[in-house]
Design a protein around this ligand. Structure first.
Ligand SMILES: Nc1nc2c(ncn2[C@@H]2O[C@H](COP(=O)(O)OP(=O)(O)OP(=O)(O)O)[C@@H](O)[C@H]2O)c(=O)[nH]1
Ligand SMILES: [Mg+2]
Length: 326
């Protein structure tokens, strides 16, 4: 399977992603074999409010990159959906034109059951696609919560897509969401109020605490529907990529990503363990009832459970301020 993935075999890639999504033990083995073959693909995040035209934009970007003979993969991420192993309808419809192009891979993912599960699944999928020779990997996420910030930490360039009408009311997108943007796109520029949106973003940028060395996010007017502004967007992504390389931030970002990934994997496993512990032991052994009745306190029950992982001694250490409380 590893050889087939490296050779770009679509069915093997799809199967591998399904394994990763399902947290199958075979995926761990696979990731181990593929890991040294990753690192060549460039990762782009496209995020923004629902219905902003992200999928339409991604569809046009695919066409643009295909003309340059680059292989493109898209992972549509909908954290509000638990739908697994398939495609969110909208993405399939918007990007249908590329369905038969073997240089294009499109896949959707919903949220996973455990802490960090979606981040693990998307990171693994990106690695599979990277090893398989895709040059550009695009993550499309709806900018409504924590998950697109998680996704932003996994990509090299984040494009934030807004639309006119949100402009004067830009706080709709929470401050935390705006700050992840390397490039701003005001899509649906065929509509009224584009300049107002651009000005609102400029205004917001002026409040950012930036130094001379920082990349100033460009604000691009795009009409994805009519294929206007796509080349400019691709150029802006290229400029940001160049900036990351020239400034040394590319390596910094990828190093940080390695840290985040390991951290997330640990949290993910611990969350699974905790869930297991709760359903198998704690809630069934009347412990919770005892906590509820105040016969025993929650800390004692948790500490007792952690004994299994020998974490309870670490807890004691943190308590003594050995590690700043974890
Ligand atoms: N007027 C106008 N409409 C557009 C433009 N780009 C996309 N749309 C329309 O906006 C609607 C939503 O487009 P999508 O591409 O599905 O938007 P999305 O952001 O991917 O939506 P979700 O994934 O559901 O959040 C569709 O009806 C598109 O045809 C544009 O440039 N101008
Ligand atoms: Mg979409």
């Amino acid at each position: 399977m590893v050889q087939k993935i490296l050779a770009g075999d679509i069915r093997s890639i799809a199967r591998a992603i399904t394994l990763a999504e399902n947290e199958d033990y075979q995926a761990v083995e696979l990731m181990r074999s593929l890991y040294s073959h990753t690192g060549k693909a460039y990762l782009v995040g496209i995020t923004g409010p629902p219905g902003g035209g992200k999928s339409t934009l991604v569809d046009r970007m695919i066409a643009y990159y295909r003309k340059l003979d680059l292989k493109v993969a898209v992972i549509g991420i909908d954290p509000s959906s638990t739908f697994t192993g398939g495609a969110l309808l909208g993405d399939r419809v918007r990007m249908q034109a590329h369905a038969t192009d073997s240089g294009v891979f499109i896949r959707s993912m919903g949220s996973r059951g455990h802490l960090g599960g979606l981040a693990v699944a998307t990171a693994d999928s990106a690695k599979i696609l990277d090893a398989a020779g895709y040059d550009i990997i695009i993550f499309e996420t709806v900018g409504i919560g924590q998950s697109e910030i998680e996704v932003a930490s996994q990509v090299d360039t984040t494009v934030l897509v807004t639309v006119p009408g949100l402009g004067d009311d830009i706080q709709v997108l929470k401050a935390g969401t705006m700050e992840i943007a390397d490039i701003f796109v005001v899509n649906k520029a065929d509509r009224d109020g584009v300049e107002k949106s651009v000005m609102a973003i400029e205004q917001l940028l002026s409040t950012w605490d930036m130094t001379e060395d920082d990349f100033v996010p460009p604000i691009l007017k795009v009409t994805a529907k009519d294929n206007i502004g796509i080349g400019e967007l691709a150029q802006a992504i290229e400029q940001h990529k160049k900036y990351l390389h020239d400034s040394g931030k590319f390596e910094v970002r990828r190093r940080n990503r390695a840290v985040t990934e390991v951290h997330t994997l640990i949290l993910n496993q611990l969350d699974k363990w905790a869930h297991d512990k709760m359903t198998k032991d704690i809630t069934t052994r009347d412990n919770i009832e005892e906590v509820y009745l105040k016969f025993i306190d929650p800390h004692t029950v948790a500490r007792e459970a952690l004994r299994e992982l020998e974490l309870e001694t670490m807890w004691d250490k943190w308590g003594q301020g050995a590690d700043g409380g974890g």
